[in-house]
Design a protein around this ligand. Structure first.
Ligand code: UDP
Ligand code: MG
Length: 391
């Protein structure tokens, strides 16, 4: 302990004084080193306070924040404070660990090949059940990768069928978080055999979207130990894991579901609307965009539109979901812009009420989705997310 560093915390007598503590890290590009902070959050007035751990001094005096939310703070999450992307690496005290720790349970979900056309519905099921997708990535599994993943089933008679099925097309892997999420997600899936599921558990995911015992729509880890192994398999701490990418990077356009839409749980409805309009989603990944990358991505708007700085702030304000959209050949960018509608949702609601911006946008900045402007930029923007930012 040192002067200024907040002391370990004793549970307050009233919720009024509640304070949560985390250890947060920030990569300082100038000094090329990682700085650690004690990060405090006070729900009463939604304020934050930070102490620099190494230099033993207050870094940020207690300040109110409009954007920071307790539900966005968990181990591994990233938040933006004054253009810095902080990563929460640990709990700062026992109180916080006790309160937030339970909600930090994680599991691996896979949307299997025949169900990825229903990914919008999946996001809605997650939101309705208070399950948070923290990582999302569409990828393609080789037979070798499937065999590695399903190692425990190697000697089973269905192993070969399983390899064939799981490598037959793209899948979407997700890290899910929530209280009791391992068993909660397994319960939502229902029995392994989709046909049996339709008899015993007709509302379950496998009953609704699966076909039989092999083609059963989705996967969920069966224990904490499996969840840890399986999450490391799909989302290794470093590197990409060596999976095949799904992006076409040709005849495509780029759509970013903005952080405000993800935060408000409407990404499922947006994706459903895109899929229902006949577009294909050929790549998908959740990103936490850093300020420098947000600026670079929006560079062409700099000095051209007044909203540029706020657009950067919005795209960096939390997780966003990037999509590569295909399905209309060389006309994909133009047709997808039609679906998105005018960039100002107010105008969109008057002129084009069925467009994505009209239905899901709030204002010019929080207008639900970014879409590529010019046909020749579709590939470039998809490349920015799926080749440059994706690891
Ligand atoms: N599987 C199969 N035939 C079977 C049992 C399972 O093809 O008789 C497939 C199915 O896709 C299942 C996966 O293998 O999801 C893993 O099997 P497990 O018994 O672990 O079922 P789960 O945990 O997925 O419910
Ligand atoms: Mg299993």
């Amino acid at each position: 302990m040192f002067p200024g560093y907040a002391q370990d915390y004793i549970e307050p007598s009233t919720a009024q004084d509640e304070r949560y503590a985390f250890i947060a890290e920030w990569y300082d590009p100038q000094a090329a080193l990682i700085r650690r902070y004690q990060f405090l959050f006070y729900p009463k007035d939604n304020s934050i306070e930070m102490f620099d751990i190494k230099n033993r001094r207050k870094f940020l005096a207690r300040t109110k924040s409009d954007t920071v939310r307790l539900e966005d703070m968990f181990i591994g999450s990233k938040i933006h404070v004054y253009s810095r992307q902080l990563t929460f690496v640990d709990f700062g005290d026992k109180f916080t660990e006790g309160k937030v720790g339970m909600k930090n349970e994680k599991t691996l979900a896979i949307i299997k090949p025949e169900a990825i056309g229903k990914v919008g519905v999946f996001f809605n099921i997650l939101n309705k059940n208070d399950i948070k997708p923290c990582k999302v990535k569409m990828l393609k599994l080789s037979r070798k990768k499937v065999a590695e993943f399903y190692e425990e089933h190697r000697s089973k008679p269905f192993f070969n069928t399983l390899l064939e099925y799981m490598s037959s097309g793209p899948v979407i892997a997700m890290e899910l978080m929530g209280t009791g999420v391992i068993s909660k997600w397994r319960n939502l899936l229902g029995p392994t055999d989709s046909q049996k599921a339709r008899e015993t558990d007709p509302n379950s995911i496998r009953a609704r979207f699966g076909t039989d015992t092999t083609s059963n729509a989705a996967h969920g880890s069966d224990s904490e130990q499996s969840a840890n192994r399986e999450l490391d398999f799909f989302f290794p701490p470093s590197g990409s894991g060596g999976f095949d990418v799904t992006s076409h990077l040709t005849d495509c356009t780029c759509c970013i579901i903005k952080p405000h839409a993800v935060r408000n749980g409407i990404e499922g409805d947006i994706i459903e609307a895109i899929q229902n309009a006949g577009f294909q989603i050929s790549a998908m990944e959740m990103f936490n965009v850093e300020t420098a990358n947000g600026e670079e991505f929006y560079e062409i708007y700099k000095g051209v539109v007044n909203e540029y700085p706020n657009m950067v702030t919005e795209i960096c304000s939390g997780p966003c979901i990037a999509l590569e959209i295909t399905g209309k050949g060389g006309d994909t960018t133009a047709q997808f812009r039609e679906l998105c509608g005018p960039s100002d949702p107010e105008i969109a609601r008057h002129l084009r009420p069925k467009t994505l911006r009209a239905m899901f946008g709030k204002d010019k900045i929080q207008n639900a989705v970014h879409c590529t402007d010019l046909p020749e930029d579709g590939v470039l923007e998809a490349e920015y997310f799926f080749r440059i930012l994706s690891n």
